[in-house]
Design a protein around this ligand. Structure first.
Ligand SMILES: Nc1ncnc2c1ncn2[C@@H]1O[C@H](COP(=O)(O)OP(=O)(O)O)[C@@H](O)[C@H]1O
Ligand SMILES: [Mg+2]
Length: 240
């Protein structure tokens, strides 16, 4: 989810979460009303989406399970759904999201970890074995006609990889030493030009750390910035 944050006020704990955790700590609220809780004792995260939102934790579970063979992502412990919503319980990765207070206070380390982590994800996940697609064309097909026309035709693919699909800063998990330890939030994972992720990851640095971090990010990933592809994939993201 692009626009979201650590909840600052009280959060209503869904029954499905309360039934499983004695003292759930709310760690994240997304723009769809989805919530993520931590169970400090059990080393688990509980991600909950209310019924009716345009997001699927069943889809995320499928992608997490596939990606786990190749790259550090949370192990799925449980999935449950009822008329109130969906719940996905995962084992905690040994770190914190790059937009927690700890890493907002250390932006240079966080930006490097995001760049190096995204490079590792793209290098680790095998395109040929990936059953999921996140191509520009598939995403354009989901848009209304006028939005599709406004975004226009995609540039030629620079390198086809398995993209994260929501490479915003908070979805990189950083260990206490300041290196990336894994990725979360894989609902959209699939094959695409790596610029689909690079454009969004670099855009999200401004929201989280303020302006000026893109050179550090591209250096950490190991690529020169590509203004045309960045512009295209940001427009496609913002149209979606
Ligand atoms: N297994 C996990 N290990 C560590 N942190 C996690 C885990 N699952 C979720 N988180 C934390 O919770 C936040 C929200 O989870 P995420 O799946 O990204 O939800 P959303 O779709 O609402 O962005 C992440 O940014 C990360 O900080
Ligand atoms: Mg997220």
């Amino acid at each position: 989810m692009p626009l979201a944050s650590v909840p600052r006020g009280p959060v209503e704990v869904p029954d499905a979460v309360r039934a499983r955790v004695r003292e759930p700590e709310a760690v994240w609220r997304n723009m769809l009303g989805g919530l993520t809780f931590r169970d400090a004792d059990g080393g688990r995260y509980l991600k909950w989406n209310p019924a009716g939102v345009d997001a699927s934790l069943a889809v995320e579970r499928e992608r997490l399970t596939w990606a786990a063979r190749f790259h550090p992502v949370p192990e799925v412990l449980e999935y449950a759904a009822d008329e109130t919503g969906e719940l996905l319980v995962t084992r905690a990765l040994p770190g914190e999201g790059a937009a927690t207070d700890r890493w907002l206070a250390a932006p240079r380390a966080a930006v490097r970890a995001i760049g190096e982590g995204l490079r590792a994800l793209h290098d680790d996940l095998p395109v040929d074995a990936c059953p999921f697609e996140w191509s520009a064309q598939a995403r354009l097909d989901e848009l209304a006609t006028d939005a599709r026309a406004a975004v226009g035709d995609p540039p030629p693919v620079e390198r086809l990889v398995v993209c994260h699909g929501d490479a915003c800063a908070p979805n990189t998990i950083i260990g206490s030493g300041g290196r990336w330890v894994g990725h979360v939030d894989l609902e959209s994972l699939g094959t695409a030009d790596r610029w689909a992720d690079l454009a969004v990851a670099s855009m999200s640095l401004d929201w989280n750390y303020g302006e000026g971090w893109e050179p550090e990010f591209f250096a950490a990933y190991g690529i020169a910035s590509d203004a045309d592809r960045i512009r295209y994939y940001r427009a496609l993201w913002n149209a979606g």
